[in-house]
Design a protein. Sequence first.
Length: 426
Amino acid sequence: MDTKWKSTVKQVKTVLRDNRKLIGGLGLMVITVFFFWQILHRLGGLSTKTVWTLGLISYVPLYGAVSLLLPTFLSRLYRDWIPENGDFYGEWQKKRVHQQRALLGICAGLLVLAFFFFRFQVATSYYYFYVNLAPAYFMIITVILLYIVCQMQVNRFMDQRLDAMMEKVTAMNKARLLEAIELERKSLEKEAKSEQLKVDLISNVSHDLKTPLTSMVGYLELLKKEELDDVASDYVDVIFDKAQKLKEMIESLFSLAKASSGNIQIHPEPVELNMLIEQIFADMDSQIQKSALHFVTSMTEEDTHLITDNLHLYRICQNLIENALKYGAKGTRVFVRTYIADRVSGKRLFLEITNTAGYFMDFNAEDIVERFARGDKARSSEGNGLGLAIVSTYAGALGGAFDINIDCDQFKAILSFPIEEPPKDV
C-alpha cells in the first residue's frame, strides 16, 4: 500500500512539473476573472476611479496568464509539426499568417461583445438617472490590449520556432557538408592512389623493358658490323631503327612517370636560354637538314638567364623542336622566338615555336598534352604522343608554364618562366 501511495505521489509530482506553466497560467486567469467580476457584476455601480484601479491591477495577472497559456497552447499545437518538402520558411510564414488571422478573428469577436456590452450600458442609462460607463470602456480597452499582448506572444513564439528550425537546418546542412567533404576527400585519395598505382606500374614496366631492350640494341649493333648480304643488312637496319624508337619511347615514358610521381630531381643552376637553343640546333642539325623545314629564329637581345635545371630545360626545348619536326608540313617554315614580357605576376621569359601542321588539327590544347595523345589521328607521323606531355610536366616541375595556341593550321607552343629581378639598391 505504501509503495502504491509513493508511486501515486511521484506521478502527481511529474504531472505538476510537466504542466507547471499551464497550472500557473490557469491560476493567474482565475485571479484575472475575479477582478473582472468585481468590475462587471454591479453593472456600472462602481466609481470610475475604482473601475480603473481594479482594471489596472487585473492587467498584471492577465498578462502573466497570457504569457504562460498562449505559448503552452501553441507548443502543444505545433508539437508534431514538421515542414514538408524542405520549404521551412514558406510553411512557417503560412503558419504565422494563419495564427495572426485566427487571433484577429477572436479579438474581433471579443470587441463585438464589448461593443454590445457598451450598448447595453448606454441603454440602461435611459432607465436610471446615472449609470457609470467606465466598465464598458474598460472592456473595449482590455480587448485591444489583449490583442496586442497576444500578438506579441504569437510573434515571439513563431520567431523562436523559426530560429529552432533554422538551427536544425544549419545543423543538417553542416552535417551534409561535412559528409560531402569527407566523401570528396576519400574520392580524391582514391583517385590519387589510383594515379600513383598507374605511375608505379608504368615506372616498373618501363624499367623492366629497358634492360632486355638495351641488350637487343647492343646485339643489333654487333650484328651490323658482321658481313651480311644486302637483304639481311636491310632487315637489321630496320630492326635497329625500330628498336631505337622503342627505346626512346620507353625512356620518355619512364621520365614522364618519374615527373608525374613527384620524384623528379631538380638541380638549379644558371642557364642562358638563347645559348641553350643554339646548342640544341647544333645537336639536331642533321635531323633539321633532313626535315625539309626552314627554321627562322628571332632571339631577344635581352638577358635570358634563368636559374633552373639545365638537363630538364634542354629536354623540354628539344621535345618542342622535335614536335615541329615530326608534325610540321614539309616545305614550310618553323618560327622560333624568345622574348621578355611583363605580366601581372611579374616579368617572364618566353619561348615560342610556331609551325604549320601537316594534318588537320582536330583537338584542343588540353587534349594534346595528355599522355599518348596525338594530333595526327591517322598516326602517319613518327610521334608517340609523349613529347608534349613531358614538356607540360617538366615545365610545371621547373616552375614554368606551358600553353598551346591553335589557329587554323598554325600550331604555336608557348613556354614561359618567371624572371627573378635583382633587388633594387636602397
